[in-house]
Design a protein around this ligand. Sequence first.
Ligand code: FAD
Ligand code: NAD
Length: 481
Amino acid sequence: MDTQLAVIGAGPGGYAAAFLAADLGMEVTLVDARARLGGVCLLQGCIPSKALLHVAKTMADARHLADWGVSYSQPTIDLDAVRGKKQKVISTLTGGLGQLAKRRKVRVIQARATFQDSSTLHLESTGDGSPKGGQLEDDSLRFQHCILATGSSPTLIPALDLPTARVMDSTAALALADVPESLLVVGGGYIGLELGTVYNALGSRVSVVEMTEGLLPGADRDLVKPLAKRLEGQFEAVYLGTKVVALAECQDAIEVTFEGPSVAAGEEVKRFDRVLVAVGRRPNSAGLGLENTSVRIDPQGFVTVDESQRTADAKIMAIGDVVGEPMLAHKASHQGKVAVEVLAGGAAVFEPAAIPAVVFTDPEIAWAGLTEEQAKAQGRRVEVAKFPWAASGRAQAVGRTEGLTKWLIDPETDELLGCGIVGPGAGDLISEAVLAIEGGTTVEDITAAIHPHPTFSETLAAAGEVHLGLATDLYRPKRKQ
Ligand code: FAD
Ligand code: NAD
């Protein structure tokens, strides 16, 4: 078989690239080892986790109504129905992608691809042999160009890699086999806190163990604080600066050995019904035959690319999780589009001023652009303006006053450089900040734009007003002339 463009991996990076390339008139073959399109994000990541987080949030909101004197009886949970609804969401979306591929005449092949050389892939069928499963006419595919979008997999720690269903990775946790009475989450990052929230809402007693001194070590402490406080009230325990050094399966539980200052002497060993290990992800770059090409990888296994997503091999580009952090779906899609525009003869580069990050906990945490920590590391002077949501009419009305909106501002030009938000809906609010930062917007611009009242979005303008010393809803003496 021959193709103009081969895309390996049908996740949000690969399918976005394949579809744009087809729209621009290229002849495209999309190869994925899985039977369905969508990659980790749709099949085992973003979408199923957000479907389950929706259940958790709605249950929490219903409980929260007790503050207004409205109480419901304890919910009954039909786990089969929850699982079924989550699967239905996935099926609808992956089915839609299949249709979109067909309409664009993208050839989809279900196979594991490896490089034979810089212009040939070996394809090993992973389908069931039926035409729908992707029967292969030929097991080699010659390409003019290739985009590598093979994504990432959970990081395995040998001491925690126990072959039992009681020890889960995120995929097993999302399968929702049952709701264990007690769950230990190893890793207080994105996955640990999102899935910990889900299991807690469904009825598990959840404990989290995080190796560093705080939850979500990559995020701004001002943003993490309100979330950590809420989670400490909901979770059974949060062990910080603590490691799990051993796991052992006993008759009806996993025995976990902890090491660290938050564990009292004599209490180093505890039992849990299940353990979720979520300690990061590693790029899928091994076993691809990259040694048969000129593609280079760095010591962490990430494929090395330039700002146009080109690898060191002239015919091969790479995008998404396999090329590095942040491992986020929207970054993968954006890089996919850059790669295709370059192939189409454009001068596109991937150099965003703001890649938004969202942790979909309750409250949500979102940030974009420069962070205080990065500014400090770069020795860059910034001004920080914070608007606490306790001064927001909307936050008071819905009883969620723990939120905060903050801007990082260039003291010379008043340009908005970075934004952080914690509070319900922060993930949607951050898009305004992305547009502002990418557009070189100043703090005066954001305050001059009329924001609807009463909404959480007003806090973006209000934080700007704080910087100018002109906040309507807070008394902060003027700091600037
Ligand atoms: P992937 O989605 O990993 O897709 C790679 C594809 O390549 C896979 O389908 C795989 O089968 C295929 N493949 C690999 N090797 C081969 C081969 N040799 N031959 C053929 N096919 C191959 N990100 C967000 O932005 N928001 C979220 O809310 C979010 N939630 C997440 C929740 C969880 C539980 C997890 C695990 C991740 C989450 N992520 C989220 C991260 C997001 O899923 C990834 O950043 C995104 O999927 C990366 O896209 P990608 O296209 O690079 O690769
Ligand atoms: P993560 O990097 O977000 O968090 C892993 C955490 O585990 C870190 O806090 C780390 O300090 C801790 N850790 C590492 N080793 C440990 C050990 N031995 N004991 C205790 N703690 C340990 O990784 P993740 O939660 O596995 O998620 C992987 C990636 O998937 C994320 O980085 C993100 O890119 C992506 N993701 C994104 C979203 C989202 O966008 N909402 C959701 C889920 C996943």
